[in-house]
Design a binder for this molecule. Structure first.
Ligand code: C5P
Length: 290
């Protein structure tokens, strides 16, 4: 049975430019695919079925099912049975559900004989969720619009991160709803990071405009951040709408030491490395645009 990995992402930087007429926000972000991954088994079948090895909520509203539905009608109504082995924490700012949806789209695009090119897949992916298009490209990328404008960036070397969270889920919509317009910026810090990376700099962590709204709503997320930042001062930032906190380290050993210390305090924590843009052959990875 075909098996595929669906990797998590972190936001090295995330700025919100303003609110749009459709209710979404325009953003600019540098996203990084990392080694933590869900595993999925996907086979062609008569009907659509999704099984998950943890409690994944209502199956019908699962992003993987929505991704399959988004391609199914045009493929002439074939089915698929998907088994999802979750490793990425749910509702944690790591894009797990979006990555699962993108992995399903990439695989079904082939298994169902659709062979859609990148622009078509991207359009279908954006209709499933704002973060889904990034996962068709993966690696390191500059992400704009509401998430659907993805430009691949080169990856330089290996980066090590400790990911830490306080063990609860957060609704992205709820964090965006609490975001004051005072948190809107013009994207300069994030675009600077992208151009530094293009010029050959190793990726670093910059800003996250959603961080304040997360901490206001969840003081426990702020306490978690303070613990993590204490072990990597100035190299710690929230990923997406949180509550996962990213701390960057020079070596795997340093990241592991920090992750173990954070687990001792009672947090969920793991060590990941970056997945370089150049390493995986994803459908929208345009190496010429690097
Ligand atoms: O696109 P997705 O369903 O993942 O977004 C979840 C929610 O996050 C949206 O309903 C919206 O409230 C908010 N959002 C936003 N602007 C974005 C992405 C998400 O306001 N660019």
């Amino acid at each position: 049975m075909p098996s595929t990995l669906a990797h998590a992402k972190i936001n090295l930087s995330l700025e919100i430019l303003g609110k749009r007429h459709d209710g979404y926000h325009d953003l600019v972000s540098v996203m990084q695919e990392v080694s933590l991954a869900d595993r999925m088994e996907i086979e062609v079948a008569e009907d659509l079925q999704l099984r998950c090895d943890i409690e994944c909520g209502p199956i019908a509203s699962n992003l993987v099912m929505r991704a399959a539905h988004a391609l199914r009608t045009e493929a002439g109504g074939p089915g698929t049975h998907i088994t999802l082995h979750k490793r990425i924490p749910v509702g944690a700012g790591l894009g797990g559900g979006s990555s699962d949806a993108a992995a399903a789209m990439i695989t079904l695009n082939r298994l169902w004989g659709l062979e859609y090119p990148c622009p078509v897949l991207t359009e279908r992916a954006a209709a499933v969720g704002s973060d889904v298009p990034f996962f068709l490209t993966g690696g390191t990328a500059l992400v704009e619009g509401r998430g659907e404008v993805v430009t691949a960036l080169p990856s330089h070397g290996v980066s090590w991160y400790a990911l830490t969270n306080p063990g609860f889920s957060v609704s992205t919509a709820a964090i965006f709803a609490r975001l004051p317009s005072a948190s809107w910026t013009d994207g300069t810090a994030t675009r600077q990071l992208a151009s530094d990376i293009r010029a050959g700099a190793a990726p670093s962590l910059a800003v996250n405009a959603l961080q304040g709204a997360l901490f206001d709503a969840y003081p426990a997320a702020l306490r978690c951040f303070q613990h993590a930042d204490g072990l990597a001062p100035g190299h710690t930032v929230v990923s997406g709408s949180g509550p996962t906190i990213v701390s960057q380290f020079d070596t795997e050993e340093e990241a592991t030491t920090a992750a173990l210390a954070l687990r001792k305090v009672g947090y969920w924590s793991c060590v990941v490395r970056n997945c370089p843009t150049e390493e995986r052959n994803l459908p929208c990875r345009a190496l010429s645009s690097l």
